[in-house]
Design a protein around this ligand. Structure first.
Ligand code: AMP
Ligand code: MG
Length: 485
């Protein structure tokens, strides 16, 4: 089989690409293949499982006419600007047109050192690549825009972290890999060369690929800024509603498409608490659950700064336009969050003011009682059906919760509507860790079982009871996640 890989990114934006190839893999072995996604991409799963297919997924045998590249980008990491980050251990193999006619990137992670690798080894271990596979599948099943995972291939080469681990390459599929950091990089090049050509080409490319309606706007680049603000406000609201914590919301990890990208130290919150942080390096809690909307806006301000030269020749005019556009984030985010909470509570059609006040009060009570952000809403649906005891059992201040329940009942909640939007199964931290440890030891059974649960998150199934429950409190309280693994 031949795969037609396009190279529009390299052709349009050569300044942002370095031609490169993957490191050899001594013994590539396919660990997991996303057959549904393969079909969406028009790729033959049986061929992908063949030795030639596996070599493609490991990056060691790419089509003769493909042009794999490491992409250049900058980024604000934990608030500090790094002018040259780029794909240190990743490659864009090329672009595919999927069955629906959409152009999508085929990209590898863990494929060896590139000119952007700095001190890194360019490699990835089986566990973290499997983690991206499982969590991105869960996000997709939850209806949240995300990059997808096509496969994880074990390379047969060891990777050295705290211990020796089996190495792996993840094949990732994305609407594109354009990031806020790509624009920060292009803006820097534009300043250094005193030529905004590359920035304009990048913006035009982003419009063409993701936000084509902007091309017809009176100010296309301002329209692009606003389109990205909107998709990111929507995305982060979706994260917040399911309790997803990205963990490393640096500007190089924020897409122009509005897809979630880079599943490193991410994790799902269990007990509701806005200060929840899992990442081992996020000491200040910059990327805590409750800070995510504010950080998204901060990142979008960096995006707006990068676009300034395209907004207006006069700097003051450009800045005031950017500020005005950034102003839309707050309302957009808040309205998505409020509507989402009303849906979770089964009161989508209730008077907004009463419903929104109710959801705010609920969160305070949940935080005070450390209530699990996922199972709560399913138990609450049971209360709407007549059995309130399981959900009442979650609260310490029972009188307070009973008063809340009475007001909520007064709004006529619809339990079937609740169950349609509140997942039973999320990739809970203890289950993910257990599955990754087994995969690292060569047993893929637990990963497959977990995938099976999270790929149909809304339908409660007998036999999957242990996938419903939060981890033991001692586990959750000390659970830590890591970057660059
Ligand atoms: P992340 O925050 O995980 O998206 O990564 C930030 C930057 O570090 C990117 O430029 C990555 O390419 C780079 N990076 C992470 N891990 C490694 C590694 N093991 N080897 C080389 N570069 C890496
Ligand atoms: Mg990244």
């Amino acid at each position: 089989m031949t795969i037609a890989l396009r190279d529009t990114f390299v052709r349009d934006l050569p300044e942002l690409a370095v031609r490169w190839q993957a490191e050899d893999a001594p013994n590539p072995t396919l660990l997991v293949l996303n057959e549904t996604l393969a079909a969406e991409l028009g790729l033959d799963a049986a061929w992908l499982r063949s030795p030639e297919g596996v070599r493609l997924l490991a990056g060691t045998a790419v089509p003769a006419d493909a042009t794999p590249v490491a992409q250049a980008y900058a980024g604000h990491q934990f608030g500090g600007f790094v002018p040259r980050l780029g794909d240190g251990r990743a490659l864009l193999l090329g672009e595919l047109v999927d069955a629906a006619g959409q152009t999508r990137d085929l990209h590898l992670k863990g494929s060896g050192r590139t000119p952007f690798a700095r001190g890194g080894d360019g490699l990835a271990a089986v566990g973290p690549m499997m983690r991206e596979f499982v969590i991105s599948e869960a996000m997709h099943a939850l209806g949240i825009p995300t990059t997808r995972s096509l496969s994880v291939v074990a390379t047969g080469r060891p990777v050295y972290r705290e211990t020796e681990l089996p190495g792996a390459v993840l094949a990732r599929v994305a609407a594109s890999h354009l990031r806020v950091g790509s624009f920060e990089y292009a803006s820097l090049v534009a300043r250094q060369t005193k030529d905004i050509g590359v920035l304009r080409r990048l913006a035009d490319y982003a419009i063409g690929r993701h936000h084509p309606a902007c091309a017809d706007a009176s100010q296309p680049y301002r329209a692009l800024l606003e389109a990205v603000i909107d998709v990111q406000a929507d995305l982060v609201a979706r994260w917040m509603l399911v309790g997803f914590i990205h963990g490393v919301m640096n500007t190089d990890n924020m897409t122009i498409s509005g897809e979630t990208i880079d599943y490193g130290p991410c994790a799902f919150m269990e007990a509701f608490d806005p200060q929840t942080v899992f990442s081992s390096i996020d000491h200040g809690g910059r990327y805590a659950y409750g800070n995510q909307p504010g950080i998204a806006l901060w990142n979008l301000a960096r995006f707006a700064e990068a676009l300034l030269p395209l907004l207006d020749d006069d700097v003051d005019t450009a800045v005031s336009q950017a500020e005005q556009s950034l102003g839309r984030f707050r309302d957009r985010y808040q309205s998505r969050w409020n509507a989402g909470m009303r849906a979770k509570l089964g009161i989508a059609d209730a008077p907004a003011e009463a419903a929104d006040a109710l959801s705010q009060e609920l969160l305070v009570q949940m935080q005070n009682s450390g209530v699990d952000h996922t199972s709560f809403y399913r138990r609450l649906a049971e209360a709407a059906r007549g059995d309130a005891e399981p959900v009442r059992g979650e609260f310490i201040d029972l009188a307070g919760f009973d008063a809340w329940l009475a007001r909520w009942r007064g709004l006529g909640p619809d339990p079937a509507a609740m169950d349609a939007v509140n997942p039973v199964y999320i990739p809970r931290n203890h289950l993910v860790e257990e599955a990754l440890a087994a995969a690292t030891d060569g047993d893929l059974g637990p990963v497959e079982s977990l995938l099976d649960a999270v790929r149909a998150p809304y339908v409660q199934r007998p036999g999957l009871e242990r996938y419903e429950e939060p981890g033991r409190q001692e586990f959750s309280a000390t659970f830590r996640t890591f970057c660059g693994t």
